[in-house]
Design a protein around this ligand. Structure first.
Ligand SMILES: C[S@@+](CC[C@H](N)C(=O)[O-])C[C@H]1O[C@@H](n2cnc3c(N)ncnc32)[C@H](O)[C@@H]1O
Length: 308
């Protein structure tokens, strides 16, 4: 198997929390390079139906081929997972297993032309769907100093957001900020001497905030979690989730994990499901050594109640 450019995180825990069985309908909201989806499809055998979503056309195509090779029936949507519930219903199906492995894949981070990384130069784009939407560069050009400070603080949890926003506005007046290396340098200079003692690269949080804003990541997650609630309530009436379905979400930062935790706790309190994970599952030291990207991953899973 050639290197797909992305190592799936927590693969054993994904399989154990979703427990696919033969012929299941599996929804992968974030197909990526298809590692998880192909693994789940193999467990559910060639009778499985796998429904894939990705904003990134190239990743979706790659994942589709990989899952088709397992013999499963594949439906692929080049779309945000906010359309998952309606697409599954439009196919006349109900899902047994739903996975969302949030954020971006390693191959996307490594492609400098996307501007997701501050290591090396690249245009300030950051869109996962390069066909539409605002680029990071557009946000840096159009937002006021206060809007930039709020965005970097709220989505990046960056304590020096005001200082960084001020520096961005000063610099863009001299010359438009068009590439990642320049933005990283601007953030570093806003940090001043603190850059030397900072544990992570000073630009880490600012880049994360811009990526989250560009791709409407929190709005999409909130939408999906609302659809999971709707699926729990309508499982008996042909909704998009089957009775007894399992939903697993892997998040990579606290803004996402807080939302998932809150949603799953609420569903359990309302008697709509039980949490398979009381505490989030994290990668072992061995997995982190093999795949450093798994370090921040937090997996939470929910089991919909099944009527007797
Ligand atoms: C962490 S990767 C998934 C990796 C995948 N589990 C695997 O094994 O290869 C996340 C993927 O989700 C996609 N993505 C992010 N937000 C999305 C959204 N709202 N809707 C659909 N796809 C999204 C990204 O383009 C990326 O390909």
């Amino acid at each position: 198997m050639p290197d797909s450019g992305h190592i799936p995180v927590l693969p054993i825990d994904v399989a154990e929390t979703l427990r696919p069985s033969t012929g299941n309908v599996i929804v992968d909201c974030t197909a990526g390079r298809g590692g998880h989806a192909a693994q789940l499809a193999r467990i559910a055998k060639s009778e499985a139906t796998v429904i894939l979503f990705d904003l990134d056309k190239e990743n979706l195509n790659y994942a589709t081929t990989r899952v088709e090779e397992t013999g499963a029936t594949v439906h692929a949507f080049h779309a945000s997972f906010v359309t998952a519930a309606s697409s599954v219903t439009a196919l006349g199906l109900q899902a047994d297993c739903v996975l969302a492995d949030l954020g971006f894949a390693s191959n996307q981070m490594d492609e400098m032309g996307r501007g997701l990384s501050f290591k090396g130069g690249g245009p300030l784009d950051m869109r996962l769907n390069t066909d539409s939407g605002m680029r990071a560069q557009d946000i840096l050009e159009t937002h006021s100093e206060e809007e930039l400070a709020n965005l970097i603080y709220e989505l990046g949890e960056e304590p020096y957001s005001r200082r960084i926003a001020r520096k961005i506005v000063l610099e863009r007046e001299k010359e438009p900020i068009l590439d990642t290396a320049r933005l990283a340098q601007i953030v570093r200079s806003a940090y001043g001497a603190r850059a030397r003692t900072s544990r992570m690269h000073p630009a880490t949080r600012t880049f994360m905030a811009l990526r989250i804003a560009v791709n409407n990541e929190l709005e999409a997650l909130d939408h999906l979690l609302q659809d999971v609630e709707l699926g729990c309530r309508t499982a008996n009436d042909g909704g998009w989730l089957k009775q007894g379905a399992r939903v697993t979400v892997i998040s990579f930062h606290s803004l996402e994990d807080r939302r998932v935790k809150h949603a799953f706790v609420g569903l359990e309190k309302n008697g709509l499901g039980t949490r398979i994970t009381r505490k989030p599952i994290c990668a072992s030291d061995e997995e982190i050594a093999r795949n450093p990207r798994s370090r921040p991953a937090k997996l939470r899973a929910l089991h919909l109640l099944q009527e007797d």
